[in-house]
Design a protein around this ligand. Sequence first.
Ligand SMILES: Cc1cc2nc3c(=O)[nH]c(=O)nc-3n(C[C@H](O)[C@H](O)[C@H](O)COP(=O)(O)OP(=O)(O)OC[C@H]3O[C@@H](n4cnc5c(N)ncnc54)[C@H](O)[C@@H]3O)c2cc1C
Length: 374
Amino acid sequence: MTRTAVVGAGIVGLAAAHALRARGADVTLYESGPPGGGQSAGQSRIFRHSHEDPRLVALVARSRTLWRQWEQEFGLELISPDGAVAIGAGVEEKLRTLERFAEVPVCRLPPEELHARLPLLAGWTGPAMLDVHGGAIRTLDAVAALVHRLEGSTLREHVLSVRRTGTGSVELRTGTTCETYDHVVLCAGRGTAPLARGAGIDLPVETGAHVRLTFALAAGAPDPGGSAPGTGRGLPTFQDGSGDFGETGVYAAPYPDGRRFSVGLSADTPARPDGGLADPAALAALADRTVAYVRRALPGLDPRPVDHVHCWVTRLPWGDDGVGIWSEDGITALAGHNLFKQAPALGEALAETVLTGGIPGHLHHEEQLGRSAG
Ligand SMILES: Cc1cc2nc3c(=O)[nH]c(=O)nc-3n(C[C@H](O)[C@H](O)[C@H](O)COP(=O)(O)OP(=O)(O)OC[C@H]3O[C@@H](n4cnc5c(N)ncnc54)[C@H](O)[C@@H]3O)c2cc1C
């Protein structure tokens, strides 16, 4: 039985530990804080198939299948059934890419259909589309279900170092322990690159800070279940690449109660080399821009935020959705951004890397999965 340590109980580390256990590995999961408290924090993420790199669409489609398997296994709805809506000039390009995948149903939304599905939105008559099997990920339920499955295998310890011993094993040191494993998997979010560097693996990770705000429905907006009137449907997730409401990259997702919508800009503010925030005022400015956007574009929301998610985010230089795996002699590391939706497929790929020695699919970092065209 392969003795494996997974560092980090965010959604990716949890998925990797779960997949390794399901394949018979002996797994210990290390987490320094509350599981799901890093980049995976907060309610709701968008599940969307649309990505510039068709290889990433294929990975996400595989992940959608695995999310359904988790739903069955955990007895929970983990992705809302209300789809993912996108608007803006990029819609036709997105549709062209997605129409190559038979398992990814998509359609154009005429203005009246868009309004029926997303009555929170101000008038919009430009291109709009629906990713039918997209939706809002029930992040807190997913994390809780995985944490529960991995109880007894999880240690609340901060990992200080990993290194190869020279005798085929990998040493892992925490504040109070020193253990050796056959394989160590680094899924530590912001902590991955420093741990990997100590083991001689350099990851070109860029770190920034991000803010997302949550807004309640305005008085008189659609009913508490989030249903668009007369449709019996809940609210879809939303991406706005139009620029017509003053911002070009906006994402939004409903909470499970249908009464709140989280909204963020696809922008963050960089960290300094010492890890601190280069310009704390920039984070406040991003929050102000988000509020201004909501006032212009989403009159169905009360523009006073009801909560915030502030988070460090990690990106690879080849694109906003870039993701990659590095694996050398018993140490495997994963890095990337916008990973929540892919987590089940990434967990599966990490387990395969540990157990077979090969990085599957296009996830080897040299393939630059999720590369931006522009
Ligand atoms: C506001 C926001 C909105 C987002 N929206 C979307 C979206 O709509 N769709 C989508 O797919 N993705 C989205 N993302 C991105 C997605 O949430 C992240 O990519 C994903 O959660 C990353 O998970 P992770 O497990 O890799 O990292 P993390 O969740 O950061 O987990 C890493 C864990 O490792 C632990 N750790 C770190 N160092 C150590 C150490 N030395 N020892 C022990 N433990 C350690 C940390 O405490 C942390 O819990 C969003 C992210 C944010 C912040």
